[in-house]
Design a protein around this ligand. Structure first.
Ligand SMILES: *[C@@H]1O[C@H](CO)[C@@H](O)[C@H](O)[C@H]1NC(C)=O
Ligand SMILES: *[C@@H]1O[C@H](CO)[C@@H](O)[C@H](O)[C@H]1NC(C)=O
Length: 474
């Protein structure tokens, strides 16, 4: 038995040593219908293998294919290339893909206007509030930002600047200089309903979507125009699974990695598709932007009565109960996964990490400030006084930002009243002195009165009168 358990431990230790660059795992399943197309993307596969990913190629028509094994993910990451037929077949239905995302699997979905987008894929995307043009073969064109070398006539190879800062409060994982070549992209529009989706790469202002097959009709009423159209968009589920939609799978082909392109104005440049695609897969496969809460600590700060003693004394870490008007310190330790290990997480200046002390609604909402930095994390902390209200409270940290793993911490505590012996004594309250004085003066006055009464002699005539009375009756 002992041998068996030590073998198990050894196995576990070995398993934990085996790890790729991703925070979750290194197994990638590539769904590729046409084996012969594999060669077109050789640089892309090589980039992934350089980063220690283990690629398995499968055809969607393989009946044995399964994303799960023994109820666990068989692959942490999935790359979907567009199918030739109506969908991916019975082993990769939208329902199975949704289950896969719900179980924490990451998906990179490549679209292509050439083979058209099957309705199964459009309906899967609709689940995430990402819509594609109802016209299956519609592509994004732009008559101002196209590549003169490869699309002089059709204007369907877009030249797009690499995305700059997406939002001031968002850490940018896709930034950089350079031009991207986006051939024959399928544009997506994002609905307002789900805050989990975010655009990564938008089409230029002058772009619009149309179907080159049936020109006249669709040009009059394009599906979407300008920056409404997204070329790359992302959805991050609450379980931090990532789903990236790449409007143009062709972008990943070797010929566009570092291709020389020319704007209509005459400016030539080399594309940065390779770097951008690397950033994109790094994010999608959870090599960056993964936050982890290492520890949460809260305790009561008490000031020692004698100044010669050390001033703060901690009674207990993470107690279940506080009293009203206690001074409390809260700290949370957060690390950010960066390709190989965890590094300290720094909240951007324009943003804030906040603590809420809440019962139904927050009584306190306080900024957490970095207090200590370790090798792998930053400790954010704050101090506050519990409100003058008893009940069941919770320490809450709710930090959800696009492209970062959501942090949702909730620690419940009870806040009680003062116990009867915790109130200050009556004589310690100066305002009570008149009343206390009044009380004691009544007591002392009464006692004095009784003493006086007991020891005072009755008047002389009274004694005489009583004596006379007693003689006459007898
Ligand atoms: C602070 O006080 C506690 C309890 O009295 C004691 O155990 C601890 O050693 C003191 N710490 C320091 C730094 O003096
Ligand atoms: C913590 O940081 C050190 C030094 O940077 C690194 O070697 C180690 O792997 C990190 N630990 C984790 C859990 O990421």
């Amino acid at each position: 038995m002992r041998l068996f358990s030590s073998l198990c431990l050894l196995l576990l230790a070995l398993l934990s040593v085996v790890s790729g660059r991703s925070a979750v795992g290194d197994r990638v399943l590539v769904i590729l219908e046409d084996e012969s197309q594999k060669g077109l993307y050789s640089k892309f596969w090589a980039d992934l293998e350089d980063r220690d990913f283990k690629l398995s190629f499968e055809s969607p028509r393989n009946e044995q294919l399964s994303l799960f094994r023994h109820g666990q993910l068989a692959y942490e990451h999935l790359i979907l290339t567009p199918p030739k037929s109506k969908g991916y077949g019975p082993t990769l239905t939208p329902k199975i893909l949704l289950d896969y995302v719900n179980a924490g699997g990451n998906v990179l979905l490549g679209l292509s206007s050439e083979s058209g987008t099957p309705s199964a894929v459009s309906s899967l995307l609709l689940e995430f509030d990402i819509s594609l043009s109802p016209d299956k073969h519609s592509i994004v064109v732009d008559h101002f930002n196209y590549d003169k070398v490869s699309a002089a006539e059709k204007h369907d190879v877009l030249l797009v600047e690499r995305p700059g800062q997406l939002r001031p409060d968002v850490v940018n994982f896709f930034g950089g200089e350079g031009t991207l070549a986006v051939p024959r992209a399928v544009g997506q529009t994002l609905g307002p309903a789900i805050p989990l989706i975010a655009p990564i790469l938008k089409a230029p202002m002058t772009a619009y979507a149309y179907n080159p097959g049936e020109e006249a009709q669709s040009v009059e009423e394009p599906f979407a125009t300008g920056s409404q159209l997204n070329i790359v968009s992302a959805m991050q589920a609450r379980n931090s699974a990532r789903f990236t939609v790449l409007g143009s799978l062709e972008m990943l082909q070797d010929k566009w990695f570092g291709a020389t392109v020319q704007l209509p104005g005459g400016k030539t440049s080399k594309t940065v598709n390779q770097e951008f695609v690397k950033q994109l897969t790094e994010w999608t496969f959870q090599e960056v932007g993964v936050l982890k809460v290492f520890s949460v600590q809260h305790y009561q700060i008490t000031t020692a009565s004698e100044p010669s003693q050390n001033t703060t004394q901690i009674w207990e870490y993470n107690p279940e109960m506080y009293r009203i008007k206690n001074d409390v310190k809260f700290s949370i330790e957060i690390g950010q996964y960066d390709r190989t290990h965890y590094v300290p997480f720094v909240v951007p200046d324009t943003d804030a990490l906040q603590l809420e002390f809440t019962m139904l609604s927050p009584f306190h909402r306080l900024p957490l400030t970095p207090s200590t930095t370790t090798d792998n994390s930053t400790i954010y902390s704050t101090t506050f006084t519990t409100p003058d209200q008893h009940g069941i409270f919770a320490f809450k940290v709710n930090y959800k930002r696009p492209f970062l793993t959501p942090i949702e911490e909730r620690h419940q505590v009870t806040v009680r009243h003062f116990a009867h012996d915790e109130w200050p004594r009556s004589w310690a309250i100066t305002g009570a002195w008149p009343w206390v004085g009044g009380l004691w003066s009544v007591i002392v006055g009464f006692l004095l009165f009784v003493l006086l009464w007991l020891y005072s002699e009755p008047p002389k005539e009274e004694i005489e009168r009583r004596r006379a009375l007693s003689v006459s009756t007898s």
